[in-house]
Write a protein that binds this ligand. Sequence first.
Ligand code: GDP
Length: 196
Amino acid sequence: FSKCWRYARAGLHEPNQWPEADPAYPEVAFVGRSNVGKSSLLNQICNFGTIAAVSSKPGRTKHAAWYRNRKVHLDIIDMPGYGHADRAKVFGPEALAFVKARTSLKAVYILIDARHGFKWTDHEWLAELGNEGPRKQVILTKCDMVAPNKLIQIASLARSDLEQFKRVDHKLFLCSSVWKSGMHDIRADIVRRTNL
Ligand code: GDP
């Protein structure tokens, strides 16, 4: 991917502030619990210059940010983190409404920390979305932090958890921002889903 540049930032609770959907720019969104490693992953996927500050302080991002890749005509949306104590209530419903309503959204990537696997909030999210919105894809992050045999266990548990959800791909992507691994699969999937 060539570089993506941030061109909009908006609270998801304010639909009138969302940038207008542009059919020439299909969108994909990245979402997950706070501190899951979303900024680190986006830094690699989007080939950013200097943005998406990685922080050790959970729940810092309150807005969704739109990153545009002009060369391949694609928008990548960094969604606010969900599931951090009281913030789940603040971010959850708006983000769900956004995913359901946004017709230009072609895929949602749900990030799960490989050390923890599926959490209640992840289940809630997927259950709430039901059949609505575009297809979803789960990505296990921070795979470098889990021993290989444990990773196999967690991945297979997560896979069986996913079986109950429709419109969620049952294949998991495994990645690590430290090892810079798994990024190719994610990019290839974005291309496939947006028919670039
Ligand atoms: P966000 O809150 O989801 O955007 O998460 P960040 O990208 O800010 O990462 C949260 C913390 O996890 C930071 O301390 C990162 O350095 C660390 N981190 C992120 N991705 C990885 C990874 O793949 N491996 C390891 N070991 N640490 C990671």
